[in-house]
Design a protein around this ligand. Sequence first.
Ligand code: PRP
Length: 189
Amino acid sequence: MAAQEQPETLISESRIRERVELLARRISHDYADAGELLLIGVLRGAFIFLADLTRRLEIEHQVDFIALSSYEESDERSGAVRLIMDVRAGLESRHVLIVEDIVDTGHTLDYLKQTLVARGPASVRTCALLRKPSRVEVPVAVDYLGFDIPDAWVVGYGLDYGNRHRTLPYIGVIDPEGDAAEQPDRSET
Ligand code: PRP
């Protein structure tokens, strides 16, 4: 297998680690008296962020997963989102924290929050490692945010381009024109 060209670093491994530790301390503090917290990771991109965050929390909590996909109109995202795989846990009267890797247009997080709120939890908050403020179309609150970033194609730490670069330990930037990846196929998810 050919070696991959390494994307340019946007956020280093050590900056990510420090930020995840800070977020974990804040979440642990805020939910200390709230009863058991349920983290819901959004597949696939959030799996590495969630794995690091959950191991740093100092409070009792449980973990579940949900998978979503965007509907497409030709090559453009339409903004509509569909549920691919639901959580196993019941949410009634529970404190829920959605864990996302990135908020781009905001459609996914907005859809997910509305969907989960309708199930009668005690609360629903949001945690995202990355947000692109210049791309937001739906202004959904991010209660625990890692970093605001510019509008670039970012990969690593769970994020992919055409299913490549997900396991980079840092957040890197690629030029999709110059990257030899297979084309991103959002329809497969
Ligand atoms: C990414 C990311 C978010 C969503 C954000 O998922 O993980 O779920 O896009 O985009 P939005 O704010 O414009 O709705 P993606 O569709 O790339 O799937 P993946 O996580 O499985 O790679």
